[in-house]
Every structure is written in structure tokens, then in C-alpha cells.
Design a protein. Structure first.
Length: 99
């Protein structure tokens, strides 16, 4: 099962930091997200793209996880040579993670 089967995602950026939220469609799936989508797994999933630390924050009231990924955007919008300088596509890449 892929993450997109049970959750949706939003992405934001600030400088060279990407912020990705992962929100369960059904509150019953939040426990599964907490168990299986760790900061370590997200860091491994983005291996080669995210050069810095990945920090996970839990938001149980809205059945969501928030991942802050440092050194993730090739230097930031004004320095990156990436086609997706803001990292908006990273949320789709996260949702492709296998549970």
C-alpha cells in the first residue's frame, strides 16, 4: 500500500528547508502513519535529495504529521538550479512511499 491510499500532503518552503505535511484521510489511519512514517524512513526515501536532518512533528488533533527537511532544496529558490525550486513536487514523492 502506498501513502497516497490513506493520506494527502502539502508542501511549503523557506530558504533551503522543505516542510511537508502528511494528513490522514480517515482519523483511524493516523496511528498507522505515526508507526510507519518515521523521520528516518522519510530521510531514507529522500536519500540523495535531502542533505540535512529530517525532523517529524506530530499533530494528533488534525491526524497529521509534519516533516521539516533541512538542506532539501539545492540552496533555496534563488540559488537552486532545480526545475522545482520550491519543492512542491516533494509531497507527491512522499505519497509514493510504500507502507
Amino acid at each position: 500500500m502506498k501513502l497516497w491510499d490513506i493520506a494527502h500532503s502539502r508542501t511549503g518552503d523557506k530558504g533551503n528547508i522543505s516542510n511537508i505535511s502528511l494528513i490522514a484521510y480517515d482519523p483511524k489511519d493516523y496511528a498507522l502513519l505515526k508507526e510507519r512514517v518515521t523521520a528516518e524512513r522519510v530521510k531514507e526515501h529522500f536519500k540523495g535529495m535531502v542533505k540535512g536532518e529530517v525532523v517529524r512533528y506530530e499533530l494528533p488533533n488534525i491526524h497529521a504529521l509534519n516533516f521539516v527537511m533541512y538542506a532539501a532544496l539545492g540552496g533555496g529558490v534563488t540559488r537552486s538550479l532545480s526545475v522545482d525550486m520550491h519543492g512542491k513536487g516533494l509531497s507527491s514523492y512522499l505519497l509514493d512511499m510504500e507502507l
